[in-house]
Design a protein around this ligand. Structure first.
Ligand SMILES: O=P(O)(O)OC[C@H]1O[C@@H](O)[C@H](O)[C@@H](O)[C@@H]1O
Length: 298
């Protein structure tokens, strides 16, 4: 659909459409409680700003906005696998973030609350061969609080093993000054070394003073980012996920990534709701799994 047709079908006072960076179509929401922008490429939330607040999500100024490439920042959807593919010819974090999603529904009937649903099916995937039939549905609730829910269905007649993530990039004033609570006493895999190795048990709050790439295991708990620079705490709750990833690439890795500014690691941290490692999900034929994340400013 072109912009005019989208506006006619889904538009409202609080919902408009534009051609954003890379000529990707985006949905713009401004409902009094918050402003948001969702790109159909990847069903990618690029902006969430509750009224009067500093942007909650971080976006790289060096991001690609190209077909079959991921957007750097916001909320990439990693699916049907998290991290590197078993086959090195396939893209990291799966094809969901590389694909053009369909707008399925927008409900703006409630004041200060906008619900947006997007879907993806095998016919929409051009980046890679589709490994099995599936249905994905991504729902955003944009209000004072942000809720994001990914529903995945295995439409094949065999069992499928899925790993996935809502790979949320948070905007912080200075990564070196934040503390992250909620994972004290939780064991983690350390992925900085490249391989999956047991990293230890978290002792107290997390501070970022080097590259951090950890999969915290067996945890469904909420995490809080305490940001003294912006004088706020971001509460990150999740459901359908028993592993949490904390990621900051720090200096060397930032410089090595072409779609990530050399100094941008200072202003971001990822707290990801994940199904990975021992929390991978085995979906029987016809089965569904739901993973979600809820973001509240305190
Ligand atoms: O560069 P990508 O594919 O978007 O991945 C970014 C990061 O995503 C994180 O989730 C991984 O734990 C990191 O290892 C990875 O570097």
């Amino acid at each position: 659909m072109n912009l005019e047709e989208l506006q006619k079908t889904f538009g409202a006072d609080t919902v408009t459409f534009r051609k954003g960076p890379g000529e990707f179509t985006t949905v713009i929401i401004d409902n009094g409680a918050a402003e948001a922008e969702i790109c159909l490429h990847g069903a990618h939330l690029m902006k969430f700003v509750p009224a009067g607040a500093v942007p909650v999500l971080w976006m790289s100024k060096s991001s690609w906005f190209e077909p079959n490439r991921p957007i750097r920042g916001g909320v990439p959807i990693c699916w049907p696998y998290f991290g590197a593919a078993a086959d090195p010819a396939l893209p990291a974090h799966g094809f969901a973030r590389l694909s053009e999603w369909n707008l399925a529904e927008i409900d703006s009937s409630e004041k200060g609350m906008t619900r947006v649903a997007l879907t993806l099916s095998p016919a929409d995937v051009t980046a890679v061969p589709v490994p099995f039939p599936f249905e994905l549905r991504m729902e955003f609730v944009i209000g004072k609080v942000l809720q994001m829910t990914l529903t995945m269905k295995n439409c094949s007649d065999s069992e499928q093993i899925i790993t996935d993530a809502l790979h949320t990039y948070f905007n912080v004033k200075s990564a070196g000054a934040i503390t992250i609570s909620g994972l004290d006493g939780v064991s983690y895999e350390d992925r900085v070394v490249g391989a999956k190795v047991f990293g230890g048990v978290q002792d107290g709050d997390i501070r970022i003073d080097r590259e951090v790439d950890r999969v915290y295991l067996d945890t469904a708990d909420a995490v809080e980012i305490h940001d003294p620079g912006y004088d706020r705490t971001i509460l990150v709750e999740k459901f359908g996920s028993e592993s949490t990833v904390v990621w900051n690439p720090w200096i060397r890795k930032s410089q090595a990534m072409p779609d990530f500014g050399d100094d941008e690691y200072h202003t971001m941290v990822c707290i990801e709701a994940v199904n990975a490692a021992k929390d991978r999900r085995i979906l029987a034929p016809g089965a569904t799994h739901v993973i979600s994340q809820k973001i509240t400013l305190k």
